[in-house]
Design a protein. Structure first.
Length: 127
């Protein structure tokens, strides 16, 4: 008997025999794109969108830790165009340091909200 989870039985399909519905589900999941949300940000004259993180981005964001440029780095992950494509990359961090703090705060706050990041008590107060 394998080293599986006690009390659970797993049946794996032999290679090449994955049922069509499972293949369709797999493709559907892998095609999922993070949603983007409009942000009302002071001091920014253009329309600003933020998007939900991908699993890969979540791993990168977790590495930021207590970096002094944390808010700016988070904003670089957050800001996207209407289709959800990132607008800023790591090379843009220095430029983002010069935009108004209130604009960054509004962007990162909305980004944290749509990604479920933050204090549960704060979420209840805002409900």
């Amino acid at each position: 008997m394998g080293a599986g989870i006690p009390g659970e039985s797993h049946t794996f399909a032999p290679a090449g025999s994955i049922p069509a519905p499972a293949i369709m589900l797999k493709h559907s999941i892998l095609a999922a794109k993070p949603k983007s949300v409009l942000v009302d940000s002071p001091d920014v004259e253009s329309t600003v969108y933020v998007r939900a993180m991908t699993a890969r981005e979540r791993m990168e964001v977790m590495k930021i830790g207590d970096d002094p440029n944390r808010i700016v780095k988070l904003a670089s992950y957050a800001i996207c165009d209407e289709e959800g494509n990132r607008v800023f990359g790591d090379a843009d961090i220095e430029s983002l340091l010069d935009i108004p703090a209130a604009a960054l705060d509004a962007i990162v706050k909305k980004w944290m909200e749509i990604n479920g990041i933050g204090n549960a008590d704060d979420k209840q107060k805002n409900s």
